[in-house]
Write a protein that binds this ligand. Structure first.
Ligand code: ATP
Ligand code: ATP
Ligand code: CA
Length: 218
């Protein structure tokens, strides 16, 4: 059985979700108030519908209730985004993800029961800024407000030493969960593993510990 999703709002963000879900072999109903936007996805989405999603009867007639997860990617029109989320909640959609435009928008969305609120522009900005100030952190994934997984490039202060030599967990509180070495990936490396030039360490820990590790060890 294919997973079935609904994406409302076919701007750059919603559109990219539709494309990727289709790539991932899911069924997608793509909805936008603008017929031109809908036309652009007619050949891509499983179903593309022109509709105003702030209208509850429209949502009911499309059978939105039966989909497992709905994404609301209406950006600029905050009122339409909030009303749509409210209607989805009222008809009993199980999981709703909404793109927020700002913190006030997010607060309201959470109050009315959005399951997940995302800020793609803000989050991508934070990510890029972090990459800019750190030469060694290649990428990171937030696990919570305070914990992350980071990809850190090993440098010559680490190369040739084992994890025991460096005593990383004990000294910095971070765990190396994997080491990327060229095309290879060593999952759960042994304590006696020697770090090599060009290794990329995948570490998990609190943001504070990861930064301490990156500053002090590298
Ligand atoms: P981007 O992802 O490109 O940054 P954005 O955040 O700037 O998008 P908008 O372009 O304002 O968001 O909105 C995304 C889409 O949502 C638009 O294509 C718009 O037509 C659609 N939309 C706006 N109001 C409604 C509505 N009531 N019902 C359905 N779709 C709507
Ligand atoms: P711990 O006292 O931390 O439980 P341990 O008894 O499991 O360590 P070893 O596995 O031999 O002992 O590791 C010795 C030290 O090497 C650890 O205390 C830790 O500092 C470091 N170390 C080993 N594996 C890792 C890892 N995957 N990530 C970070 N540090 C590690
Ligand atoms: Ca925008």
């Amino acid at each position: 059985m294919k997973k079935e999703f609904v994406v409302i709002g076919l701007g750059r963000f919603g559109g990219s979700i539709v494309n990727e879900l289709i790539e991932l072999d899911a069924d997608v109903m793509a909805i936008d108030i603008s017929p031109e936007k809908v036309d652009a996805y007619a050949q891509i989405a499983t179903q593309a519908v022109a509709a105003d999603t702030t209208d509850e009867s429209v949502l009911r007639s499309l059978g939105i209730r039966n989909f497992e997860h709905v994404v609301v990617a209406i950006g600029e029109n905050i009122q339409a985004s909030i009303l749509t989320t409210l209607m989805l909640k009222e008809i009993g959609v199980k999981k709703i993800t909404v793109k927020a435009q700002n913190d006030y928008h997010e607060k309201v969305l959470r109050k009315i029961g959005a399951d997940q609120v995302v800020h793609p522009e803000r989050d991508m900005g934070i990510r890029i800024a972090n990459n800019m100030v750190s030469n060694n952190i290649l990428d990171y994934l937030e696990l919570s407000d305070e914990h992350s997984i980071a990809e850190i490039k090993a440098n010559d202060k680490l190369v040739g030493f084992t994890l025991i030599d460096l005593d990383i967990r004990a000294k910095y509180g971070v765990n190396i969960v994997a080491i990327k070495r060229g095309k290879q990936i060593l999952v759960s490396p042994q304590a006696i593993e020697k770090i090599q030039l060009e290794d990329i360490l995948i570490v998990i820990g609190s943001d504070a510990d990861i930064h301490r590790f990156e500053k002090k060890a590298l």
